[in-house]
Design a protein. Structure first.
Length: 440
């Protein structure tokens, strides 16, 4: 297989970053790379999706990663997992998995699964601020992304399913494989998962996950977990904070203690981002001159500044997110040439996962979930946009009969991915989504 064939196959299969970012994976391929990192670190607490995937499908994950490495001429593949996962899987640091792949054990700290932090922790290389990992000779794929590549290469399978952790305040957490587009309400109903009054539902982890309406939300290519959590804990409470109010009061309420900057993972890697200064920047000044807040584009969104560091009850993350939208409106991003210098204090300022779980209020919900295998559902709703880039374009009409794996929407021009039927059934176009229903 050559470079263009691999790139085409990955696009045709609809493979996007399965770890949550959703970047079309074919767009990451590049020549001249030195190492491929398979990210199985489960950055967020309560997530065990990659754990069960690696426990059961390691050979497929490695096949996907090694195919990419062989085609691109990458000499080394590192399977990156945290220490607690390595212990549960009985893996040793440096353990060979193949002629070019070996295990790399990472410390149990947050957010080591962030791409920039992961690259430094695994290789000692720092990606320059505003640059792509390929500039450091590194390619990173989530473990499930590598699995999806393996599925395509080995079996010709397109992306039609998702591995998902269902956890939090549920009686018996579990990991399951479901068709893309499975309604969260149907998933909950099958497993008798209730959402009591005073509880919220997140798509993703407790730190970077998003609040969703379980009656309307569906499983997408970037859904790593569905969590039920109390509204009263910090993980949910900080997400409920009014963003406009946070921005309005931040510049006066902030006491400039610098705690947010002291623990910022990107700042500790030498990135020119100082959350405490962004917090004190006037929103009016930023609107007038967006270059004042260019550093906001370097934020990884981990939430440590808000849920761990801030002693004033404000949200530096909300402020930075606001400035990211300002930069987007002005079509600006950080592009200065900066040579980062890793802080000598980084090792001592990294936040242990156990401490982070307590700060979020989720420690008591951290239980190793059981694996339930693959499940089938009779109705799915597939959003046309499930990755970064342009939404797919419907290739079927209302009433059409489709089979599982069949293309139902073509990739658009530019960065885009096609969409495949995740079940067999009858199509209904819903504007920004395609519904498929199978009569039982």
């Amino acid at each position: 297989m050559d470079f263009e064939t691999l790139k085409r196959q990955m696009q045709e299969a609809g493979i996007a970053g399965a770890g949550g970012a959703g970047f079309p994976s074919y767009g990451k391929l590049s020549e001249g790379l030195k190492v491929l990192l398979v990210n199985g670190s489960e950055c967020e607490p309560l997530l065990y999706t990659d754990f069960h995937l690696l426990k059961r499908e390691l050979s497929t994950v490695l096949s996907g990663a090694e195919t990419v490495a062989e085609v691109l001429g990458i000499p080394e593949v590192l399977l990156c997992i945290k220490a607690h996962t390595a212990e549960q899987l009985s893996r040793k640091d440096g353990e060979p998995l193949s002629s070019r792949a070996r295990v790399k054990i990472l410390p149990d700290v947050y957010p080591v699964g962030d791409e920039v932090s992961l690259i430094y922790q695994a290789t000692g290389k720092v990606v320059a601020p505003g640059a792509l990992p390929k500039t450091a000779g590194v390619l990173v794929f989530n473990a499930e992304t590598a699995y999806n590549i393996g599925q395509k290469v080995l079996r010709g399978e397109n992306v039609t399913e998702k591995w998902v952790t269902v956890g939090g305040a549920v009686e018996a957490p579990f990991v399951v494989r479901v068709p893309l587009g499975t309604p969260v309400s149907d998933l909950f109903a099958r497993h008798s998962v209730a959402v009591p009054e005073g509880y919220a539902v997140l798509d993703g982890g407790p730190s970077m996950g998003k609040l969703i309406d379980p009656e309307r939300a569906v499983v997408t290519k970037t859904t790593k977990a569905i969590l039920v959590l109390p509204e009263s804990i910090e993980a949910v409470r900080s997400k409920r904070m009014d963003a406009e109010m946070s921005v309005a009061r931040a510049e006066t309420a902030c006491c400039q203690c610098t705690h947010c900057t002291d623990v910022c993972p990107r700042a500790l890697l030498g990135y020119p981002i100082e959350p405490h200064k962004l917090v004190r920047t006037s929103p009016q000044a930023a609107e007038a001159d967006a270059s004042l807040v260019l550093a906001a584009s370097l934020c990884c969104g981990c939430g440590l500044c808000t849920d761990f560091a801030c002693c004033q009850g404000i949200s530096p993350k909300a402020v930075i997110d606001h400035y990211k939208t300002v930069l987007k409106r002005h079509n600006l991003r950080f592009g200065a040439r900066v040579t980062p210098k890793v802080s000598a204090e980084r090792e001592y300022r990294m936040i242990p996962v156990e401490r982070w779980k307590k700060a979020l209020g989720v420690a008591k919900f951290d239980k190793l979930p059981r694996f339930l295998g693959e499940e089938s559902y009779s109705r799915v709703e597939l959003p046309l946009l499930q990755s970064i880039g342009a939404p797919a374009l419907p290739a079927v009409e209302n009433g059409a009969k489709v089979e599982r794996g069949q293309i139902i929407a073509n990739a658009a021009e530019g960065l885009s991915l096609p969409l495949h039927a995740s079940i067999a059934g009858t199509v209904r176009i819903l504007g920004g989504a395609i519904e498929i229903e199978r009569k039982e």
